[in-house]
Design a protein around this ligand. Structure first.
Ligand code: CR1
Length: 835
């Protein structure tokens, strides 16, 4: 057992946890103690990694009392909690955030100085936990941050991948993936609890048996149970999720897979070492590596194993360990709402049914009534190919009991559809949780929609399209089930930590406290007309640009010019996001200068910065990366455009780099094909850091534009209805190419091999796709994009006007705090009576 062992009458059992002194001297002593007793090294012998690890652990000491106290408070006064189920948490570095949350930055800095150490150097030692791919994973990290800051009881549940998102390197301009062994030098932020491991079954078969109903009636009931063929252990690792200077520390509980028996001793003794460790390797593979796919499903068995593994651990953890003992499970929904972050955790729904029925003796109807109140589903995509489906064959083999349950849920659900829409068998087929073509498979989004209390999209437009285009039959049947919660980002990490100069200016101007009440940024609005403020604002931007130049020089050996606009496009590499449109703009500018159509001196100097990882199996995305790097190398080496056009593509864009890049940006590129980007969250981070957006009418761009105003946002391109109309009419990209001379010259220059060492073949994949396929209508939006980029230049030439707009972007973007998103989730989904 793992229960407390100390007699509760012993005063030590309830004594408050010690808080280390918040003084420079106290911190220094705490640090030395950790270095000596924790790391087991003397200061004079400590490596930089020792120094970093000891510092991380020292900072933890300052959060510990709050962590244990938060847990005690929640245990003693149990209320409804949020169980955030997410296969990804893209956390970013922990140390800066922990120092900010504890407000220990200055103390730590001086304490380390007194020991001859440098805080910034040690902070730079941290390898960020990259346990996510992109927006979806980073969103989860922002949400748990906000919930802690708002003192909302929440456990974040996920997977402790041993290898996170791959480290991207470039070789000859091509992406090469290197494993991200983020834990190899120690994981000072985690608390493993191997004694609290949970067993998770897989495979095998189900059987039925008869037993007494147990209600005193003497009635016999038939029950089912699952007899798994193999199992693994889930070991919980706890991470602190500190609120912002509020004494609250919530928990992130990530599961790591272990073999149930380390290895088969008998085989080992017989000398077959490989066979002996095979079982162990097999089990531990489950949490070995994050699937590096962003918005395309990876139909691998291991992925379903990962999904089931972490939700099975999490549900068991909540019911057996977190919930009060003997709590009546018929009222489970009074204690928990599990938020399903996309379809990855949706297998939790049949798992909950199985637990309630097979392990806790409920009847089907009772279990279903409870389950239906315990889950809500967030959809993060509009790409039909990104909606996960799992082959029935696979689910049946891996999770036979769950498949039975899914079938029965579907049967009963389809009956209600037939009742509501008699004779409409086509509709029944569309809505079925099981699809028949191209193969029999479980539609996870349908399952989540049937079982969930609510289904939400992540921006207004996305939620609308979700209702109208992705799940129209469901929204017709249950209009009230559908709602919107526009994404948000945490101002603590993405303003305070990322942009100290702007943060200081904001605090000097409107006072403290905006970090948790971001709508207060609106009081900056009048300062757009204040010349002195504008000067300071522009100076902060310059300082951030300088910081970026210095970083890229050291990190990537990239030399950036001192002057000009910093034009940034950072996000996963995907065709729908249209990095190629950005590339065509650059190539077109370049072509116009070298061909003498445009005088170099009349061009607004720009530094174009890309950051993007491509999924390793996504061929086209990797070709685009290669082309961007090729264009960058050619342009940067060409004297004819020196100082006017510069292209930088630092490798391995991650949260750490984002924190340096975003505050330095003048222009934010949000140029997806309208109707494809569910929300975007980078777009919000840029606006909040005073970049102007050039963007399509897509995702949360729509809301950004509405809030900052048309004058402070560069809109271009087709909107979603226009896209749909063009699609219906028939889109012929080669016709656009033929009819637009500027576009033709840009594409021809690429096709000629100019950027690829004269080799036309090396550019052909991308060029041919643009000309003959162009699924995301890049060429259709080209001219509009070029025209509006002209307006961008014009405004930029008037620096006063630009700065005014940038200030208004900051002042009017307070809505995009993830604190506001959390309030919306609370009001619309989790606790509808909450205010
Ligand atoms: C969407 O593509 C959105 C994030 C967070 C992504 C992006 O537009 O901002 O989710 N979806 O909601 C995704 O990663 C797997 O799907």
């Amino acid at each position: 057992t793992t229960g407390p062992s100390l007699d509760p009458s012993n005063p030590l059992a309830t004594a408050p946890v010690a808080r280390p002194p918040r003084t420079v001297d106290g911190f220094a002593r705490e640090y030395l103690r950790e270095l000596n007793f924790g790391e087991g090294v003397a200061l004079s012998r400590a490596s930089q990694n020792d120094q970093y690890l000891a510092l991380a652990r020292t900072i933890r000491h300052y959060l510990m009392a709050d962590w244990l106290e938060t847990a005690r408070r929640r245990r003693e006064n149990p209320t409804k909690m949020v169980g955030y189920l997410s296969a990804e948490y893209l956390l970013g570095r922990q140390m800066g955030n922990a120092l900010l949350a504890t407000d220990l930055g200055a103390i730590a800095d001086q304490a380390l100085k007194s020991l001859g150490l440098d805080l910034r150097t040690l902070r730079a030692q941290e390898v960020e936990p990259g346990l996510g791919n992109g927006g979806l994973g980073r969103l989860a990290a922002c949400f748990v941050d906000s919930l802690a800051t708002m003192d909302v009881p929440c456990i974040g549940y996920g997977i402790r991948y041993e290898y996170g998102i791959f480290r991207q390197t470039f070789e000859g301009g091509r992406q090469v993936e290197v494993p991200d062994s983020w834990l190899s030098l120690g994981g000072p932020w985690e608390f493993p609890h191997p004694d609290r491991a949970v067993t998770v079954g897989f495979g095998g078969s189900t059987e039925t048996y008869v037993e007494d109903a147990g209600d005193g009636s003497g009635r016999q009931v038939q029950r089912s149970r699952w007899v798994p063929a193999w199992n693994v252990l889930g070991v919980p690792y706890h991470y602190m999720v500190p609120g912002y200077q509020n004494g609250v520390v919530n928990t992130l509980r990530l599961w790591s897979a272990r073999a149930t028996q380390a290895f088969d001793l008998q085989i080992f003794n017989s000398g077959d070492y490989a066979a002996a460790v095979r079982a162990q390797t097999f089990a531990e593979n489950i949490s070995k590596v994050l699937y590096p796919e962003d918005s395309t499903p990876q139909g691998r068995e291991l992925r379903l194993q990962q999904q089931y593994f972490f939700v099975a651990c999490s549900l068991k953890d909540f019911i057996d360990r977190t919930l009060e003992k003997d709590f009546d499970l018929h009222r489970l929904h009074e204690r928990i709402i599990f938020q399903l972050n996309d379809t990855h955790p949706v297998i939790a729904i049949p798992e909950m049914m199985r637990l309630l029925m097979d392990e806790h003796g409920m009847e089907w109807d009772e279990a279903w009534a409870v389950t239906q109140k315990c889950f809500a589903y967030t959809c993060h995509t509009l790409l039909p190919e990104a909606l996960e489906v799992w082959p029935v064959e696979l689910v049946g083999r891996l999770l036979p009991r769950h498949l039975e349950i899914i079938y029965r849920i579907n049967e009963e659900f389809l009956e209600t559809v037939r009742e509501a829409f008699p004779g409409d068998e086509l509709r029944v087929r569309r809505m079925s949780i099981i699809q028949d073509h191209p193969e029999r498979a479980v539609r996870m989004a349908n399952l989540a929609t049937v079982a969930g209390v609510k289904v939400n999209g992540v921006a207004e437009l996305h939620s609308q399209l979700l209702r109208d285009k992705v799940l129209p039959d469901f929204s017709e049947m249950w209009p009230d089930k559908f709602t919107n919660v526009t994404n948000g980002v945490t101002p603590r990490r993405f303003i305070r930590l990322a942009n100290p100069t702007l943060s200081q200016l904001i605090t000097d101007t409107i006072g403290v406290g905006w970090e948790t009440k971001l709508e207060r940024l609106e009081s900056l609005e009048p300062y757009a007309e204040d010349e002195e403020f504008r000067e300071r604002f522009a100076a902060a931007k310059q300082a951030n640009k300088k910081r970026l130049r210095e970083l890229l020089a050291v990190r990537d050996g990239i030399e950036l010019p001192e002057h000009g606009m910093v034009d940034v496009m950072v996000k996963r590499l995907h065709e729908y996001k249209r990095q190629t449109l950005k590339l065509l703009h650059i190539v077109s500018l370049y072509e116009q200068i070298i061909s003498g159509q445009v005088d170099k001196d009349s061009v607004v100097p720009r530094t174009f910065v890309f950051g993007a990882k491509a999924a390793p199996g996504y061929h086209m995305a990797k070709e685009i990366i290669y082309l961007i790097n090729s264009v960058a190398a050619t342009i940067n080496a060409d004297e004819r455009v020196k100082g006017v056009l510069t292209v930088a593509f630092p490798a391995n864009y991650n949260v750490t780099l984002a924190n340096k890049l975003i505050p330095a940006a003048d222009l934010s590129e949000q140029i997806s094909l309208a109707g494809k980007e569910a929300s975007g969250t980078g777009n919000m981070k840029f606006a909040l850091n005073g970049a102007l957006t050039i963007g399509t009418d897509d995702g949360a761009n729509v809301e950004i534009r509405k809030l900052v105003g048309d004058d402070n946002f560069f809109l271009f391109g087709m909107d979603e209805p226009q896209v749909a109309a063009l699609q219906a009419k028939g889109y012929v990209p080669s016709a656009v190419y033929e009819s637009n001379p500027q576009l033709k010259r840009a594409i021809d220059l690429i096709a000629s091999g100019h950027f690829t060492g004269g080799d036309r073949g090396l550019a052909a994949t991308v060029v041919d796709d643009l000309l003959y396929n162009d699924r995301f209508m890049t060429l259709a939006d080209f001219q509009s994009y070029i025209d509006v980029q002209g307006e961008v230049d014009e405004v930029y030439r008037d620096q006063e006007r630009w700065t005014r707009s940038a200030i208004l972007n900051v002042a009017r973007s307070g809505f995009f705090s993830s604190d506001r998103s959390m309030k919306d989730y609370l009001r619309r989904i989790w606790m509808p009576t909450h205010d």
